[in-house]
Design a protein around this ligand. Structure first.
Ligand SMILES: NC(=O)c1ccc[n+]([C@@H]2O[C@H](COP(=O)([O-])OP(=O)(O)OC[C@H]3O[C@@H](n4cnc5c(N)ncnc54)[C@H](OP(=O)(O)O)[C@@H]3O)[C@@H](O)[C@H]2O)c1
Length: 289
């Protein structure tokens, strides 16, 4: 049985692959990457490295040949491009006779009001339409999305947000990756939807966790949407991303990522790492760089 992971030279995909190798599945593992020369270490470990680009259907026909179980890792681009890329990959999987697709979606994909959730709704719909048995891995927010706040706290600055008392089910990327690896490595996940969430917490609680990790208080400054958009514009973020990030904070305030679920426990045998522990780990990583 061949298991294939796309995006395997990305941060998430590489963690999934590492766990699958750890589980002894390296011999039946293939990866699809845009630049095989960046996957030399995987090749050295016996992984079948294939070239595949979701913008190039012919490359996917080759990459997905003989694959039974596919982990489709969502790509990074504007919504229209990602939807097109994902549909191309799903069609290539169908044509190759893939028997199971797990897809990295977003929490509450059906009703999630975030602009980026449109990609995941469209992709889930395309997978359902393909008729291929599936698992939707509806990931909540990566704690790593808040690296800017970790850096601000390390520099002694306040966390400035317009997300108010909105709660987020943060978890470390590594925990989402363990859940994905569990779904790829074990049976019984056909046509299941997993809402993968850490215990929901506010930005005040994130600030408190950062304060605990740093051993000094970290201030959280609550600002309105306009002031937040202004601060994003001055942060060096590309201009087209400013409204996207501003929208996220507004929707988080309105509850877009506030979800409680025990699906991590089901897949990895424990809940996501608690916020204080996860934040301490992230601070440690940033300090080591
Ligand atoms: N829920 C959340 O909070 C959250 C946060 C961040 C990201 N995400 C999603 O999770 C995904 C994985 O996250 P990450 O941290 O691993 O991000 P990342 O390190 O930026 O990886 C993005 C991956 O997308 C792949 N990709 C981009 N364009 C592609 C294309 N045309 N064809 C094939 N593959 C393509 C890249 O492939 P190569 O390896 O070949 O370059 C890379 O592996 C992201 O792409 C994004 O959709 C979710």
């Amino acid at each position: 049985m061949t298991i294939l992971v796309s995006g395997a030279t990305g941060q998430f995909g590489s963690l999934v692959v590492a766990d699958l190798i750890k589980r002894g599945l390296g011999g039946q593992l293939a990866v699809s990457v845009r630049k095989p020369e960046r996957a030399g270490a995987l090749k050295d470990q016996g992984v079948d490295v294939r070239q595949g680009d979701f913008d190039d259907p012919a490359s996917l026909a080759r990459a997905f040949a003989g694959v039974e179980r596919l982990l489709l890792v969502s790509t990074t681009d504007d919504n229209e491009t990602r939807i097109r890329q994902h549909k191309t990959a799903i069609e290539a999987a169908r044509a190759a006779g893939v028997k199971f697709i797990a897809y990295t979606s977003i929490v509450n994909a059906g009703q999630n009001p975030l602009v980026l959730a449109e990609v995941h709704r469209a992709t889930e719909a395309a997978i359902l339409a393909s008729g291929i048995p599936y698992a939707f891995l509806r990931n909540n927010w990566y704690l790593e999305n808040e690296l800017g706040f970790v850096q601000a706290a390390l520099a002694g600055a306040a966390l400035r947000t317009s997300a108010g008392q909105g709660r987020v089910g943060w978890a470390l990327r590594a925990d989402y990756a363990l859940a994905a690896a569990a779904v790829m490595a074990t049976g019984g996940h056909e046509n299941k939807t997993y809402e993968l969430c850490g215990a929901p917490a506010t930005y005040d609680e994130l600030g408190a966790a950062l304060g605990q990790a740093l051993g000094r208080p970290v201030a959280v400054e609550h600002i309105n949407d306009a002031a937040y958009a202004e601060s994003l514009a001055g942060s060096g973020l590309p201009a087209f991303l400013v409204p996207v990030f501003a929208d996220m904070a507004t929707k988080i305030r309105e509850g877009a990522l506030d979800k409680t679920s025990s699906d991590f426990q089901k897949l990895i045998g424990r809940p996501a790492k608690p916020l204080t522990e996860a934040v301490a780990q992230l601070v440690n990583q940033v300090q080591k760089r």
